[in-house]
Design a protein around this ligand. Structure first.
Ligand SMILES: [Cu+2]
Length: 254
């Protein structure tokens, strides 16, 4: 009878859902292994590499393009304001920044209509930004579900492990740079055409960023003219539009 066919549908769907839930961790990993993630990143980005390793540990196959992510992000339609240090694609979705593998797996399971996921900036405690140098610190952040028109909403919230009050007054965006503290660094790579510099830097107090190797956009690339790889420098940096910017950089006093 027609009626029983209609009634049987939800049950069949329920059984299919139950079958997915019944998969063991090993089987889920095997499913993920069939999935390839393509990642565009800068070769000097340490936290990007750690994120790649996080994906691999979660069972994804990862193909890395060490050519930077700015043009890939633009081509793939991920808004710059939601930008981070690396851009990826997986099964027709765009993944920007330090998105946890679990959220990518959920995205691929639920397959919502969307451009993809983004974790703008580089929140400490997100996968790849969770090394020993952060001493277990976890800041609150959202994984955003991003639509093709650039709109976004929270896909998953991570509450973080400590109160944010202490971080009030941090100068994260550009503004008055005269009061910015100086940080020290060694120049690792200079890309004047792209307006970028890779720095192995000490603590950046106003960004609450511990010592690490990072690629920065440079507000005034002419400042790179006199610098050389291996040189000790001092610099001031801000966070703006999902990227880290050097607003001033110069040779460190000897
Ligand atoms: Cu990063």
């Amino acid at each position: 009878m027609k009626n029983s066919t209609i009634k049987a549908m939800p049950r069949r769907q329920w059984l299919a859902a139950a079958a997915v839930l019944a998969l063991t961790g090993f089987e889920r990993t095997a499913l993920a292994q069939a999935t390839t993630v393509q990642v565009w990143k800068d070769p000097n980005c340490g936290c990007c590499q750690l994120w790649v390793e996080h994906l691999q540990a979660s069972g994804f196959k990862v193909e890395v393009r060490d050519v930077g992510n700015t043009s890939a992000r633009k081509r793939l339609g991920m808004p710059e304001v939601l930008g981070s240090c690396h851009t990826a694609t997986v099964s027709g979705y765009v993944i920007e920044g330090h998105v946890p593998a679990a959220d990518i797996q959920r995205l691929l399971k639920e397959r919502p209509v969307a451009l993809g996921l983004s974790v703008p900036g580089m929140p400490i405690g997100s996968p790849g930004m969770d090394g020993p140098e952060y001493k277990g610190r976890k800041d609150a952040y959202d994984v955003l579900l991003v639509q093709k028109d650039g709109s976004s909403k929270s896909f998953q919230h991570y509450p973080g492990l400590r109160r944010m009050a202490k971080r009030e007054g941090l100068q994260r965006v550009s503004g008055d740079t005269t009061t910015l503290p100086w940080a020290t660094a060694e120049v690792r790579r200079i890309d004047k055409a792209a307006g970028k510099v890779a720095l192995k830097h000490g603590e950046i107090k106003n960004l609450d960023m511990p010592p690490m190797s990072m690629v920065f956009q440079v507000k005034e690339p002419a400042q790179l003219d006199t610098l050389q790889v291996g040189q000790k420098v001092r610099f001031q940096a801000v966070q703006d539009k999902g990227a880290y910017w050097v607003v001033k950089i110069e040779a460190a006093a000897l």
